[in-house]
Design a protein around this ligand. Structure first.
Ligand code: 5RP
Length: 236
């Protein structure tokens, strides 16, 4: 039986088959995407791909890419991304996502919104009938607003937990913000929830990625499924 990490690698390698020479590639964050970043770099080194540049979604991914000799650029020179490969924490049947387990949700959403195509790579444990089934929603807040946003989230049924490091100190994002992992139970209407969260000044971003994934590649025991978006693209 394949390990979860082997399944992640299979999904990543399948996604990299869609990368073509000359592309600007968005590089997601997390253990699944790490396989994709290293695979693209290896194909570049081998001369099977050329003229690829990446835009990383986190300092963590930037480091992995640079260590693997994958050239990086920023939005100052490249505002359009051909293809982004990223992971997810949960995927629903409409290909809506919860992301942010790795804390990179803000840059990940910026990169996703700048991308023509967003391929999400997951192992089959990430598929759920309804978002919120296994994963609390990561919500990035500015430190100044932490307590008022916590009250706001609790006010409509969220159970809020401040994300911490192993030593108990508050986790800080690449923007030096905090993350409130908020459990709403199964999320009945993610668009309505996203709209509420989008209205709050202290909430910089949340991990609901609605209408952004164009493709989801799911690695399971024995097979890899490639799901594509069929419903209209409502961004959230
Ligand atoms: C980071 C993310 C990751 O893509 C998500 O947490 C999945 O991570 P992994 O591939 O390690 O399971 O959203 O912010």
């Amino acid at each position: 039986m394949a390990t979860q990490d082997e399944l992640k690698q299979r999904a990543a390698f399948r996604a990299v088959e869609f990368v073509e020479s000359g592309m600007v590639v968005g590089l997601g964050t997390g253990s699944t995407t790490e396989h994709a970043v290293k695979r693209i770099a290896a194909l570049l080194t081998a001369g099977e791909l050329n003229n690829i540049v990446g835009i990383p979604t986190s300092i963590r991914t930037e480091k992995i890419a640079l260590e693997s000799n994958l050239p990086l650029v920023g939005f100052d020179t490249h505002q359009e991304i051909d293809l982004t490969i990223d992971g997810a924490d949960e995927v629903d049947p409409e290909l809506n996502l919860i992301k942010g387990g790795g804390g990179a949700l803000l840059r990940e959403k910026v990169v996703a919104q700048a991308s023509r195509r967003n391929i999400i790579i997951v192992d089959e444990t990430k598929l759920v009938a309804q978002l919120g089934t296994n994963w609390a929603l990561p919500i990035e807040v500015i430190p100044f607003a932490r307590c008022t946003e916590e009250k706001f989230l609790t006010g409509f049924g969220g159970t809020v937990r401040l994300r911490t490091n192993d030593d108990g100190t508050p986790y800080r994002t690449d923007q030096n913000n905090l993350i409130l992992d908020t459990n709403f139970g199964k999320i009945v209407d993610p668009y309505n929830l996203a709209a509420k969260l989008n209205e709050r000044a202290g909430i910089v971003e949340h991990g609901l990625f609605l209408g952004l994934a164009t493709d989801v590649i799911v690695a399971g025991e024995g097979e890899i499924k490639h799901l594509t978006r069929t419903s209209p693209n409502r961004k959230g």
